[in-house]
Design a protein around this ligand. Structure first.
Ligand SMILES: C[S@@+](CC[C@H](N)C(=O)[O-])C[C@H]1O[C@@H](n2cnc3c(N)ncnc32)[C@H](O)[C@@H]1O
Length: 245
């Protein structure tokens, strides 16, 4: 898939099953816990009056976390059916969330207007040239010194799991190869620094081998998962959450 129309169609079809298939499976719920821990730690530094933008909010996985932390957010996505799920799932008494339908390639916000921009499980949909365009667009709307939080799928873990991944793609999506793009830590750091972000920090999140540990103990899998945030285990993580300023 490469263009907005194809993604809009794909995610319109996925909207009602997205949460269940991504975050309510045995591994998915562990991933959610680990992801929430990294993101909530990063969000501790957000001042109360900050302008916060979430790009590609989907069904609200990260939107709900921001909302539960009392952070008012503008959340946007290309696919209205995904955003409806997000809108229905947030607690309006905790914080304000405004939903905007837009493509991330042309955000309807002024230059230097956002203090904190977060986008989760989004950039892996695109190849390197498009990732670069998106990071440029994020840089444009961020104020100087603003914080960017994005994530990437880990190329090393992709090869480590090549065989189970192959069968997962056939069984789940009826296709031979994953429709994802994978990055190395080196490429991720270069992508951000080339676009004016200083000293990006990478945190590892998840790792499919944790699923095997979870069969025996959820808390052990969680504690081991937390160790994947940093080297050396970070190299086996499913994703890198990257924070740049
Ligand atoms: C894998 S989901 C991620 C959803 C959510 N952020 C999460 O962490 O679960 C990808 C989302 O990107 C959205 N999307 C795809 N192309 C987009 C674009 N060009 N602009 C904005 N959103 C887009 C899709 O509609 C979908 O909701």
């Amino acid at each position: 898939m490469s263009d907005n129309q194809e993604y809009k169609q794909f995610y319109s079809d996925e909207a009602t099953v997205y949460e269940r298939t991504r975050y309510r499976t045995s591994y998915g719920s562990l991933f959610r816990q680990l992801h929430y821990k990294v993101v909530s730690d990063v969000c501790e530094s957000i001042p109360a009056d900050a302008q916060v933008l979430e790009v590609a909010c989907g069904t609200g996985h990260t939107t709900r976390l921001l909302n539960s932390l009392g952070i008012s957010t503008v959340a946007c996505d290309l696919t209205p059916k995904m955003m409806v799920q997000a809108e229905n799932s947030i607690d309006v008494s905790k914080a304000k969330t405004l939903f905007v339908q837009t493509s991330a390639f042309g955000l309807p916000f002024s230059d230097n207007s956002v203090d904190f921009l977060i986008s989760t499980r989004f950039l892996h949909l695109f190849g390197r040239d498009e990732q670069d365009k998106l990071i440029k667009e994020f840089r444009r709307v961020l104020k100087p010194g603003g914080t960017l939080v994005v994530d990437f799928d880990n190329l090393v873990a992709r090869w480590f799991y090549a065989i189970p991944h192959f069968f997962y793609n056939i069984l789940r999506y009826r296709r031979l190869a994953p429709d994802s793009h994978y990055n190395t830590p080196k490429h991720v750091s270069a992508l951000l620094t080339n676009n004016g972000f200083q000293t990006p920090t990478l945190y590892g999140v998840g790792g499919w081998h944790l699923y095997l540990v979870k069969i025996f103990s959820n808390s052990l899998a969680y504690r081991l998962g937390l160790r994947h945030r940093f080297a050396p285990l970070r190299i086996l993580a499913e994703q890198f959450v990257v924070v740049g300023q």
